[in-house]
Design a binder for this molecule. Structure first.
Ligand code: IMP
Length: 425
């Protein structure tokens, strides 16, 4: 069992990319299994910073294999640009794109934005990357385009048929499904396809062969448990399964091949977009956490909503994913805050009903907090030699409380954006 799933335990942006990159040093491949260009991670090489959306993390590791699984939705324009970047900054990396992944078309992005505008008072706050409409077409089946279709000779026939089927919908959102529109789409898409084609394959073979040979493969989830289409705070969720089960369907690997499930959580909580957030803060602490933590969306630049750590939420994420260990990120962001709180329950929620499907109940939850004394800045050099033991006593107590409450060991602690600012073990 050599697959390790890295799963967001909150509402995304937990720092999964950093953990995937950290573990990729000892892995043969990093594979993404859900979502699309709605997610993002930042890669720093020397003085240059790149923001990537589709290529898995760990792309700077020598000889790494980067797999984009069938569960993803791929925007060919974004992907072609990212492939060019990988070719430039790490030519030793292998790229494998699933022929079964679904393709985001320009009209999906228009529908995404248009639907949001119409949802008066009920906006989801999507990233406008066409994610929901592309997954909807996948479920509708006939009107969907897979990577396989893109590289197939009959792509233009299929596209013409789809545009005919969608004629009324396209007009409703201000698009003219005439010959010009068809010509423009087929031209640009054949340009992007030429770049993608050499990397397209049956990725289930690649992933399973590596695992069968005993190689280590990192399964990198996008978004988080609370944004999962089945288990998140529906309808304020994304459209895919970013939970551990999604790693199997989104890559075509058996659950029996997953040895570890690492739940990644920030030392506090953030969320972008609309929806319930029981521990959200609206005071100076929220501003401080946002500023110190750089809590602005990688994809949209939107300020993230910030709040205290929510243990019932993490317990819920553990129930869904059965984490074998936890990685706590951004511990340093809490440095210097005099009193730190952790939500340990909700006043108006019965024990067994935690995380109700009823969004009205979720929106009214009132958190019960346990307060912890804060800690000052800690010395990075001390931590390098001594590990977790060199953390301030109060920071260790904070972590121990989380571990004890969830009964899951914290095996990784991240205290800064750099790969070296990570304690493991
Ligand atoms: P969509 O995935 O663009 O449809 O957006 C649905 C919801 O998920 C919105 O609230 C987004 O802000 C949120 N979301 C999608 N991807 C991410 C992510 O990578 N991090 C955090 N939130 C995300």
């Amino acid at each position: 069992m050599t697959a390790t799933a890295i799963i967001g335990a909150q509402w995304g942006d937990e720092g999964k990319g950093k953990i995937a990159d950290f573990l990729a040093g000892r892995a043969k491949a990093v594979a993404r299994f859900n979502g699309g260009a709605n997610s993002g991670h930042t890669v720093v090489t020397g003085k240059k910073t790149f923001k990537l959306h589709l290529i898995p993390s760990g792309l700077l590791r020598k000889n790494i294999n980067l797999i984009l699984g069938n569960g993803m939705v791929l925007d060919p324009e974004v992907l072609a640009q990212e492939i060019k970047l990988v070719q430039k900054i790490n030519p030793s990396a292998g790229i494998f794109i699933s022929d079964r992944a679904h393709v985001v078309m320009p009209y999906h992005k228009v529908f995404d934005g248009g639907l949001e505008t119409k949802r008066e008072g009920k906006k989801i706050g999507t990233t406008s990357r066409g994610i929901g409409p592309t997954y909807a077409d996948k479920m509708h089946r006939s009107e969907a385009i897979r990577v396989f279709d893109l590289i197939n000779r009959s792509f233009k026939d299929k596209l013409a048929w789809i545009l005919l089927q969608k004629k009324d919908e396209l007009k409703k959102f201000g698009l003219q499904p005439n010959g010009d529109y068809f010509g423009q789409l087929s031209r640009t898409y054949s340009y992007w396809t030429k770049i993608l084609k050499p990397y397209v394959c049956d990725t289930t073979i690649i992933a399973n062969e590596l695992l069968d040979k005993g190689k280590s493969v990192i399964l990198e989830g996008a978004q988080g448990t609370l944004l999962d289409i089945d288990h998140g705070t529906f309808p304020y969720v994304s459209s895919s399964n970013g939970t551990a089960g999604g790693a199997c369907t989104g890559l075509g690997i058996s659950p029996t091949k997953i040895g570890k499930v690492i739940g990644v959580a920030k030392a506090y909580t953030t969320r972008v977009g609309e929806g319930p957030f029981p521990t959200e803060l609206f005071d100076k602490t929220a501003e401080r956490v946002r500023d110190v933590g750089g809590e602005y969306g990688t994809t949209t630049g939107r300020p993230r909503r910030c709040g205290w750590l929510d243990l019932p939420m993490l317990a819920y994420a553990h129930r869904i994913n059965n984490f074998t260990e936890l990685a706590i990120t951004k511990l340093d962001v809490l440095n210097g805050i005099p009193k730190i709180k952790i939500c340990v329950g909700y006043k108006n929620e019965k024990d067994n009903a935690l995380f109700s499907p009823e969004i009205g109940i979720m929106q009214k939850l009132r958190s019960v907090y346990k307060e912890f004394p804060g800690w000052e800045d800690f010395s990075t050099s001390q931590i390098k030699s001594k590990g977790k033991r060199a953390l301030p006593k109060n920071a260790r107590r904070y972590l121990e409380f989380i571990e004890g409450n969830l009964a899951v060991p914290i095996k990784i602690v991240s205290y800064g954006p750099d790969r070296n600012q990570t304690i493991s073990g």
